[in-house]
Write a protein that binds this ligand. Structure first.
Ligand code: ZN
Ligand code: ZN
Length: 216
C-alpha cells in the first residue's frame, strides 16, 4: 500500500465517525445525549462501551460461519507483527466500519470520544500484534487493564480452544467478565504454532490470496 493510500485508509473511517458523531448530536440520537455526565466521564464511558461492542463483533466473527470466512484471513497470518493489525479482508473492514457508524448513532458519543477511540483502537491493534516479548512482570501489570501482545498471541494459536478466546482489542476486562480469557498458550509462547490448522498455502501475504481466501 502506498503512503497516501495508507493515510486515506486511516483517515476515511475517522472522518465518517466524526461526521456521524456530530450528526447524532444534531438529531438528538444516541443514549449519551440523554445522560448528564462530566465530559471526562462520558468520554471514558463511550470509549469503554465502543471497545465492548468491538469485543462482541470479534466474538461473532468467530461464531457465525459466514463472518468467520472473512475473519480467518486475519488468522491465516503465520508471523504476527504490527502489520498483522492491518491484515483484514476488505469486506470485513467495510462491515466493521458500518457497524461502528450504527454504534455511534445508538450510543451518541461526542466527537472527541470518537477521535480518541479510533486512536486507542488503532494503537491497541498495533501494540497487541507487535512481535514483543515484554518482561513477565510488566505483562502482568499491563494485563490487569490492557490486552498485551502475549494475551492476543493466544488468540492466534492453531488450537481452536485457544483461538476461540481472548477476543479483546483494548481492554482485557471483557474476556475476563464473559469467561473467554486464556492466560497462557498450552505450548508456551516460543513453541506455540500461529495460524490455522487447516490452512496449507505457502504464501498468504498477497492481496489477491487474501481476497480469494473466504471462498476457498
Ligand atoms: Zn479473531
Ligand atoms: Zn489478531
Amino acid at each position: 500500500m502506498g503512503q497516501s493510500n495508507r493515510v486515506l485508509a486511516l483517515a476515511a473511517p475517522l472522518l465518517a465517525m466524526t461526521a456521524a458523531a456530530s450528526l447524532s448530536l444534531e438529531l438528538g440520537w444516541g443514549l449519551l445525549h440523554y445522560i448528564e455526565l462530566p465530559l471526562v466521564v462520558s468520554v471514558l464511558l463511550a470509549i469503554a462501551a465502543l471497545d465492548l461492542a468491538i469485543w462482541f463483533q470479534h466474538l461473532i466473527s468467530h461464531k457465525v460461519p459466514l463472518f468467520w470466512r472473512f475473519h480467518r484471513v486475519h488468522h491465516a497470518d503465520r508471523d504476527l507483527d504490527a502489520s498483522s493489525a492491518l491484515r483484514f479482508h476488505p469486506i470485513e473492514i467495510a462491515a466493521s466500519s458500518l457497524y461502528k457508524l450504527v454504534l455511534v448513532f445508538l450510543l451518541g458519543p461526542s466527537v472527541i470520544a470518537v477521535i480518541l477511540f479510533e486512536v486507542v483502537l488503532n494503537a491497541s491493534a498495533m501494540f497487541n500484534h507487535a512481535n514483543l516479548a515484554l518482561p513477565r512482570w510488566l505483562d502482568r501489570i499491563l494485563r490487569t487493564i490492557l490486552v498485551t501482545p502475549d494475551m492476543h498471541r493466544v488468540h492466534h494459536s492453531v488450537h481452536s480452544h485457544e483461538h476461540d478466546t481472548n477476543f479483546g482489542f483494548c481492554l482485557s476486562l471483557w474476556d475476563r467478565i464473559f469467561g473467554t480469557y486464556t492466560s497462557e498458550p498450552q505450548d508456551g509462547h516460543i513453541d506455540m504454532k500461529i495460524g490455522l490448522s487447516d490452512q496449507q498455502d505457502a504464501t498468504t501475504d498477497s492481496l489477491s490470496w487474501s481476497l480469494k481466501y473466504p471462498v476457498k
